[in-house]
Ligand binder design. Structure first.
Ligand code: NYM
Ligand code: MG
Length: 219
């Protein structure tokens, strides 16, 4: 029997909201406890030449105008898609920290046009599952600041506004509220991880053919 392809699973959301922690937990669970072939990757992939330019930009060592850096983020995804496709078809599930949704939301927060932002990512591999980490609007939790470009409360709030516009737009998109019901504290890691595992289980069971659709293209 031909190998069943793996799933493309994306973690999206603001900076420092717990995506990396949870994606690592999922990776360990799938590989060690379920014996499922999988790999973790992240965008930006700072290890490539394009990625090193992005890294320098984020650390404020070099400047690009807003359109140029947007295209570099997109190019950084395109340069990885052949190896991603190959891995998926070999049966690897890919757990990916950020994707084109971050590309659009962060650039829209700088005032760029949504359609222009989306256009350069049309035709990328379409995710089988997008786990969107968010907090309820009225919650004051999170929005820690950091040292990189974009990591200010004011900017993250703008990005959040644009991320919200992608919500519930497709059945692949699942919301993960990281704040407790009382809206004051972070949920514990285990409960978030358990919720994620349910979505992932459904997603893996739902893959019926090896065909991989294209992002943002009507079929
Ligand atoms: N970012 C990430 C973008 O602005 N556009 C993109 O296409 C992607 C993938 O890079 N603040 C931003 C979001 C983050 C920053 O990402 C670095 P990370 O996950 O913190 O390394
Ligand atoms: Mg960050």
């Amino acid at each position: 029997m031909a190998t069943k392809r793996g799933a493309l699973i994306i973690f999206e959301g603001l900076d420092r909201i717990g995506k990396t922690t949870q994606s690592k937990l999922l990776f360990e669970y799938l590989s060690n406890e379920c014996g499922i072939l999988c790999e973790r990757l992240a965008f930006p992939d700072r290890s490539t030449q394009i990625g090193s330019l992005i890294d320098a930009y984020l650390q404020r060592k070099i400047e690009f105008n807003d359109h140029t850096i947007h295209l570099l983020f997109s190019a950084n995804r395109w340069e990885c898609i052949d190896s991603m496709r190959t891995k998926l078809l070999q049966g690897y599930t890919l757990i990916v920290d950020r994707y084109a949704y971050s590309g659009v939301a962060f650039s829209q927060a700088k005032g760029l046009d949504k359609l222009w932002c989306q256009s350069c990512d049309i035709g990328l591999l379409k995710p089988d599952l997008v786990l969107y980490f968010h907090r309820e609007k009225q919650s004051n939790c999170l929005l820690y600041t950091g040292d990189e470009r974009y990591e200010t409360k004011q900017f993250q709030e703008k990005v959040e506004f644009y991320f919200e516009q992608f919500r519930s737009s497709s059945h692949q998109w699942k919301d993960i509220n990281v704040i407790n019901k009382d809206n004051t504290n972070m949920r514990d890691k285990e409960s978030i991880q358990n919720e994620i595992r349910l979505y992932v289980k459904d997603c893996l069971e739902g893959i019926k053919t090896n065909h991989i659709e294209e992002l943002w293209k009507e079929n």
